[in-house]
Every structure is written in structure tokens, then in C-alpha cells.
Design a protein around this ligand. Sequence first.
Ligand SMILES: [Zn+2]
Ligand SMILES: [Zn+2]
Length: 257
Amino acid sequence: MKEKLYNIPLNDAADAGDECPLCYAERDMERKIMDFTLGNQSSYMERDIRAMTDKEGFCQRHFKAMFDYQNALGNAWILSTHLREVQKEMNAAMAKHETGGKPSMLAKFRKGGQDTAAEDSVAQWVKGRQGSCFICRQEEQARSRMIDIFFEMWHKDSAFRAKITGGKGFCLPHFGELCEAARTKLSDSEKQEFYDAMFRLMQDNMQRMIGDVDWMIEKYDYQNQDKPWKDSKDALQRSMQKLQGGYPADPAYRMKK
Ligand SMILES: [Zn+2]
Ligand SMILES: [Zn+2]
């Protein structure tokens, strides 16, 4: 299977001064993966790539991203063979389907009184399909490499470490991922130092975020209309990023024409 290894420039991400450097790096990765999947190099016309997209398909979020990317012909090529693959699977799932009556009392008893209708074999096949995505899988692999690279740099690059500890912290999802990964990637003494630094960083920056949103509200008071915005103009998208990651104010990512 031909997989692409993406360069993950965490130094650039730390220099960007965003609410979360890992979100910054992740957005960069996500765009490269979109370009790879549907971009000008037409990898979707290569047989081995198409075999993967035929089998894995895409989740709802990534179909939306693919639609917004605006490569209609590329999407059509991908869909024409993927639909056929799904049709084949669907027919096979239906052929194997056993149409029983209602679940027996004994089956209900074993399941603790739960309705067993959710275990219909065709429904299970559909669920498996919904959980399968060519782009999600690539993103997950890139994300786990990003966390590895973060800790490698944290170990050996004191300038990077200084940028991180002097930065704006992380979004909560990435902060959680770092806390989890630190358990296995750092020694006991390194852990103490890491968690102390990260907790202080997150506390300080959460407080800063609250101040930015509060000032935004104050600015809507006519008495403050001539006062400066300070850092509050984009406080909404930055708070949303701080809480759940991502870039809510970003326009859809499109194909370079
Ligand atoms: Zn983040
Ligand atoms: Zn997906």
C-alpha cells in the first residue's frame, strides 16, 4: 500500500502564535491530505489509490470537505467506482441477511431486556461503512506521528521547548492528547516538569481567553465604542478553537486552480 509521509513542521506551527500550534500543524496536514486525495496530481486516477478509496470510502465530514474542494470531475471518478463497490457489498449483506421475527424472550433476557434490533446484520454493515474513511485514516496516522515528533522536539530542542512554554498553550483536545502521551513518552522526572509547565500554560491562557471575550462584550457598550478592541476582535473563533480545536472562521479549503 502506497502511503504518503507528510512533513510536519512543528517549528513553524510554534512560530505562528495561534491558540494551538498542534491545530496549526494539523490544518496544514489536513490540507495536504485533501490535495493528495483530490488535487492536481490526480492520485485518484492511480489504480492502487482508487482501490483504497473504493474500499474505505469517506465519512460525512470529509464528503463535505471534498464537495467544498470543488473538483467535480475528480469527485465523480472517485464516486463512480466507490458506488459500485458499495453496491456489491450491499447486495452481499442483503443476501446473507436472516429475516427473523422479533427477538425471543430468552434473547431479550440475555441482553438484559435490551432490544436486539440494533444487531440486524445489514444495519451492522451500514454502521461499519459509516465508520470507514480514507481521509480520516490518513489523518489519524499523521496525528499520531505529530504527537511523536512533538515529544522528540520537546526532548532535544530547547528553543522549541521555550517557544511552547512561552506560547498561548493548546486547544483542550490537543492538551488532553499531550497529557495522555506524556505518560509513556517521558521519564518520571520529565513528566513532573512537563505537567507543571503545561498546567500553568493552560491556566494562564484560559484566563487570557476569558479576558478577551469579556472585553468583546464590553465593547458593545456604547460607552466603550471608541476604546480599542485590544485582542478581542477575533475572540469568538479563538475561544471556540481553545475549547474544541480547529478553525471555525476558516473558509472551505478549495482546489488550487
Ligand atoms: Zn489544537
Ligand atoms: Zn473522514
